[in-house]
Design a binder for this molecule. Sequence first.
Ligand code: SF4
Length: 338
Amino acid sequence: MSNMAALDTLERPLRDLRISVTDRCNFRCPYCMPKEVFGRDYSFLPREELLSFEEITRLARIFVANGVEKLRLTGGEPLLRRDLETLVSMLAEIDGVEDLAMTTNGSLLAPRANILKAAGLKRVTISVDSLDEAVFKVMNDVDFPLDAVLEAIEAANDAGLTPIKLDMVVKRGVNDADILDMARYFRGSGHIVRFIEYMDVGNTNGWRLDDVVPAAEIISRINAVWPIEPLPANYPGEVAERFRYVDGKGEIGVIASVTQPFCGGCTRARLTADGQLFTCLFATKGYNLKKLLRAGASNAEIERYIRSVWGARDDRYSELRASNTIPLEKVEMSRIGG
Ligand code: SF4
């Protein structure tokens, strides 16, 4: 296998693989999986269509051999996939995996944090859209209590799944009034709150630009109370822009896909639970790796295919968003896990 990082048409190396292990979730966040669309009758992927842990691990090994250093488990809600710890331990054994992380809504994490850590998970990103109980419930739309997620943050911290990142998707008029409370609560905790601009992911969240609170406004609101200053990126292509509190009380981040696109450094590929490769969060087309796997293709054949897909990649949706006039049939966020 090659060991040379695959480069796309904009010379962006393939460095990160986000692996969605299920399209199901126990939340119905309106910005990702609105209840009206993802209701009782919605047909989620049947079990036999899901990649097995062996298939996911085989693909991950090929991606790592072609430059991937960071694996992130996502969903839907990844902890809904049974025995996820087993997959974690299989992925943790792959030579060359420098980082193995998971993005979760935290609802199922508390009792499993230690087992996941023991299996080889390095760290977690937990979604927390508000510290106001009522707003939190509006944002998950299944009346799920905030306390359980706060417990999960503590359990993850105790288990050593750190540094913990806490993602807040900010929507004007819904939870933007909670930005300062979120900053205040986690200042000095060691956890990193990342404020995310509300995005037009998928086709079902009714996105409007008016509902976006620009990162610059979020930063200026926080800076007015607790002075902050920029920090350099931890690595090329890091999604969040980093800031530190001048008084030493830690770090925050903003993810500004709408107002400050970062496609130029995007090194992320995404694998769906049914084995489709997507090269952008806002992609309209996936590439079927499961078909190759189940047709008996060799690792070399699959590698060639992955390299040809990445090699032809020219995605920069966020940079072109404003000039997009044709509505696109984009992949749903819950299928590729953000
Ligand atoms: S819009 Fe697509 S290409 Fe741009 S940063 Fe996001 S995932 Fe990468």
